[in-house]
Design a protein around this ligand. Structure first.
Ligand code: IMP
Length: 199
């Protein structure tokens, strides 16, 4: 199966290539428009991106694909009332590097506050013809006290999954892929494919 990934996030593309091995992932073209995400919930945004990308691809696509996959994900921090959440990609737009964004996010958490956090991923798959559907995954954990490790991408260096002492930035990618929000959402997606895209 050939799947177009409706995202220009290189970190996500690298993870999907490993998590969805056996599927051919077509990257979103660099000259394609960026996809709006204006919803209040991960699910709304994932569907909006998958449907928007499908419409664009049907008109401009360069090669046939079976469907389009979009990922809306983010880090939800309890002490920040669930933020940055759906706004994770837009947090601290004045800062260029995730090292700086992570530093700012950690500084926003008051001393002594509950450091519980979770990564959430909602995938939306839109077959070229037919109804889109979603699959989701979550990983519970807590915030580190500093940016630690250079693996992964985004907020990985400040997130410690439950059951570990290291951040996702320090743990090997293989470990992240056994328990991450995206790995769990991909497992649910594979199950849905196994049952038939339009059962
Ligand atoms: P969006 O799904 O395009 O809105 O972007 C999600 C944002 O959440 C990414 O740009 C990252 O900042 C963050 N994010 C999502 N998943 C991960 C992850 O697995 N590790 C680290 N950061 C993530």
């Amino acid at each position: 199966m050939k799947i177009l990934l409706a995202s220009s996030n290189q970190g996500k593309l690298a993870e999907f290539r490993q998590l969805l091995d056996g599927f051919e992932m077509v990257p979103w073209p660099t000259d394609a428009p960026s996809l709006p995400e204006t919803g209040a919930f991960f699910q709304d945004n994932a569907l909006q991106k998958a449907e928007g990308a499908r419409a664009w691809w049907l008109e401009h696509g360069l090669e046939p694909v079976d469907g389009v996959l979009a990922d809306d994900s983010g880090l939800c921090v309890d002490a920040l009332w669930g933020g940055p959440g759906v706004l994770s990609a837009r947090f601290a737009p004045d800062l260029a590097s995730y090292r700086d964004k992570n530093h700012r996010l950690l500084a926003m958490v008051p001393d002594g506050a509950d450091r519980s956090a979770r990564f959430v991923c909602v995938l939306a798959y839109a077959p070229l013809q037919g109804e889109p559907f979603t699959a989701s995954g979550t990983v519970e954990g807590s915030l580190a006290f500093a940016h630690r490790g250079d693996g992964g991408f985004g907020y990985d260096p400040i997130f410690i999954p439950d059951g570990f002492d290291q951040t996702f930035g320090e743990l090997p990618a293989e470990t992240k892929h056994t328990l991450s929000h995206r790995a769990r959402a991909c497992a649910a997606l594979r199950e849905r494919f196994r049952l038939g895209v339009n059962p």
